[in-house]
Every structure is written in structure tokens, then in C-alpha cells.
Design a protein. Sequence first.
Length: 354
Amino acid sequence: MTVSRNIVTLSFPFVAGTAIATFFHGPGPAALSAISVLSALLFVSAAGEGSRRAAGAMLFFSLGCLCRMAVSPLDDASEPAFAGRIQESLCTLIDSVPWPHEGTAGLLRAILTGNRDALPRETVTVFRASGASHILALSGLHLGIIYLAAGKILLLLGNSRAGAIARSAILILLCGFYALVTGASPSIVRAFLFICINEAAAHSPGRRRNGISVLCTALLLQLVFRPQVISSLGFQLSYLAMMGIFTLYPRLEGWYPSSRRFRRDPFAWIWRSVALTVSCQVFTAPLVWLRFRTFPKYFIITNLLALPLTWAMVICAVATLALLALGLPVPLLIRLTDTLAHALVSALEIISGM
């Protein structure tokens, strides 16, 4: 509990320092930050226990400033050469599939690889108007779907310690590979850090996993290695959404009366989905309004329909492409994936026209 509290206590000053330094980038503020870091270190070594917490917060605030000022503004990180080749091969495979509907290939390329070159402008407009842009943009949601689906399959390795370690190693390697291939956007990196921390905690007996601690640890790590990412809108929205899930969602979910008699209560699933959507919107909507002056009026309906369809479509698409890459004909999976993609776009067209 002490470690968890320390992570939360120290990560926020670091984030605050990084954010403030974004507005005061230059050699003068950097020198002042370096002096404050040294001063805080001396204060920590000399102060008593009660004062060390404040000194530690000051130290991490100064470190955040110094880290941010030591790097250049946010730019496009160069991806490995093999990542571009693999992404191009994946796009070629998607285009080679005989999808019944014309727009399916472009939609799958955008959702699985982040490449929107073949996505019709009308489809982008429909996603934006219905409040489903987060589904179209490659984000932690997509990596989370792959992680959970792969985790279910890897349960075949058994529950022994060796099987659990092998499963975690495969999941981390698979998710890390996907993050690299798709360009390692800030939200994808955030999701990957969550996965790494979650898998590491799973092999630490006696340690209780705390969502806020995981969030703060990932936030601290991501900003330490690339502090300039704090100016990315995707980074900001990703962490705000997770903050809503970890803080507000458990309270909203608890309002629904539990029923042991109906374990598969469909209304409980609907309530959880609504609670999850509202939790994310409460934390992200102010920033979206500040940046774009828009607010999706039907976001609850959009997510109730679009998220299950997206989950099913991504899982079916990955299975279809994997089997096709192995040379196996899968006409039923192709048709099922295409039907789900068409249903997703059709549902969002109806919502955007409301």
C-alpha cells in the first residue's frame, strides 16, 4: 500500500512539471529546473521524515520540468523498417480478400493498422458525426481486444506456474509487436504499458492490483522516456478515459442491484456498458469540447451498438487474416467479418442521421 501511495503521490508532481515546462521551453527554465533538482536532493537528504514527502514532490516536479525541457517538441517517431514492411504486407492481405462489400477492406485497414488511405471520406464523416471516432482511430481499445482474445486462447497452456509465465511472455511479445507495427501511438503505448504492468503484477503473489497505481506507473514511465508526448491529444484523452474507468466506473456499476439468481442478466450488461461509456465521457468530454467545440449527443447509443460490433469484427478479422496467411480457405469467416463491418457502418449511419 505504501508503494502504491508513493507512486500516486510522486507521479502527479512529475506530470505537472512536464506540463508546465511545455509552455516554458528554453535554456533559462532548464537551468532553473536543474538547480531545483539539486536543491530538492539536498533537502531530501537533510530533512526529516515529515518534510521528505514534500521534498520528494518538489523533486519529481523539477525532474518533470527538466525531462521535458531536455527534449525537442513532439515529432513523428521513426518506426523500424520491418514494421513498415509488415504493415504494408498486412494491408495487401486485407485488400486481396474478396469482401462482399466494397468498403470493408478500407475499414479493416484503418482499424487494424491505422492506415486510412483506402477509407472513404463519407465513412470518416459518419464515424465523427456519430461520436465513434475513437473506434476508427487506432487506440488502446484495439490492442485491448487483441490482448483479451489472445489471453483466452493461451489459457490452453494451463494454470501451472510455467504455463502462466509462458502465457504472459507470449502476450507481452505479441502486444509489443503489434504496437511497433502500428506505429506505437501514445494511446497504444499506454495500453501496452498497462498490459506489461498487469502481467508483472499477476506473478507477484500477495500484491493487490490497484487501477490508479497502474495508471500512475504507466503515466510516469511513458513521460520519463518520451516527455514531449504530453502535448499529444491522443495521450491526454487516453489517460483521462482510463482515469474515469478507474475512479467513476466502479461507483456507477455498484448502483445496479446485484442478482445471484441471474448471473447472465442482460440488463446488468447494458448497465455496465452505459456506466463505462459515461465514465469515459465525463473525463474526456471537457477536453474534446475545448479542442473541437463538439459533443456527441448520442454517445450512449453509439457505444452500446458500436463497441460489441467492433469487438466481434476485430476478432473475426484477425482470425480470418491469420488463417488466410496460412493458406486455409475461410469463406464463412470472410462473410461473417464483412457482415459485422457493414453492420457497424450502417448502425453509425443511422445514429449520425438522428
